[in-house]
Design a protein around this ligand. Structure first.
Ligand code: ADP
Ligand code: ADP
Length: 226
């Protein structure tokens, strides 16, 4: 089943910058795909389009066969995690994770159970009453991941989520993310400029060229072995 489709996608910003040129890519259900390439090659531009933020200048972007904006607006099927954990400082860890659930209809008790269970999955059961400022950077990122998982997304978008973390914390979070991916069986689209990170995490890597003006700015590497 196809989750994301880029078909002949060009993106030219109004500044004249060509961020993407003829991007063709089909992402299948259950893949962990990384967009890998140097700063400025268009990784975030491509990811943002999948999140319904910004439209292609030419070509088509589809999520679950539909317009990305429509999917974001009408379902919880897509969640994203940014480099900056983006937590609300005046809300506890639990209340931050409850936020996306409050936008849905389920009752209060089951929302709380869901939030606590995802916080357990990311190893934060003992910190649910803490505030973001009381946590380390790695723990804040865990909260951000828990918040994204709370709504049970089918597609998880991550833009350099571990870039600001120290090496030890990053490695721990990478392992935890792999465990989550294997357990939850969701599709992950992960942006990174770190080769090791991409190779360690991904089932497939879309290597993007620093020079998008070229005919093709993508090399597709399948890392799953028969
Ligand atoms: P990456 O995520 O690989 O670092 P981006 O997608 O952020 O790359 O950017 C690709 C190119 O497009 C860069 O040259 C960047 O400066 C430019 N760019 C990104 N966003 C905008 C914007 N909103 N307006 C104009 N140019 C942009
Ligand atoms: P990333 O870390 O994802 O590569 P950037 O730091 O390149 O992000 O960009 C941060 C924000 O600034 C984005 O919203 C992007 O659209 C915008 N931006 C990036 N490059 C430019 C640019 N050359 N002109 C205008 N806006 C830009």
């Amino acid at each position: 089943k196809e989750v994301v489709l880029f078909q002949g996608v060009d993106k030219v910003y109004n500044t004249g910058t060509v961020a993407l040129s003829q991007l063709n890519l089909s992402i299948k259900e259950g893949e962990f795909i990384s967009f890998l390439g140097p700063s400025g090659c268009g990784k975030s531009t491509a990811l943002r389009m999948v999140a319904g933020l910004g439209e292609a200048t030419r070509g088509t972007v589809e999520v679950f066969g539909k317009n990305p904006k429509a999917v974001i607006e009408t379902s919880n099927d897509v969640a994203f995690v940014f480099q900056d954990a983006n937590l609300l400082p005046w809300r506890t860890v639990l209340d931050n994770v409850l936020l996306p659930l409050e936008l849905r209809g389920s009752d209060k008790k089951s929302r709380k159970e869901t939030a606590i269970s995802v916080l357990e999955k990311v190893g934060l059961k003992d910190h649910i009453k803490s505030y973001p400022r009381e946590l380390s950077g790695g723990m804040r990122m865990r909260v951000s991941i828990a918040r994204a998982l709370a709504a049970k997304p089918k597609l998880l978008l991550m833009d350099e989520p571990f870039a600001a973390l120290d090496e030890m914390t990053r490695q721990t979070l990478q392992m935890d993310l792999l465990n989550i991916w294997e357990r939850e069986k969701m599709t992950v689209l992960f942006v990174t400029h770190n080769v090791y990170e991409a190779v360690y995490l991904s089932s497939r890597i879309a290597v993007m060229s620093a020079r998008p003006g070229r005919l093709s700015n993508l090399i597709d590497v399948d890392l799953t072995y028969p």
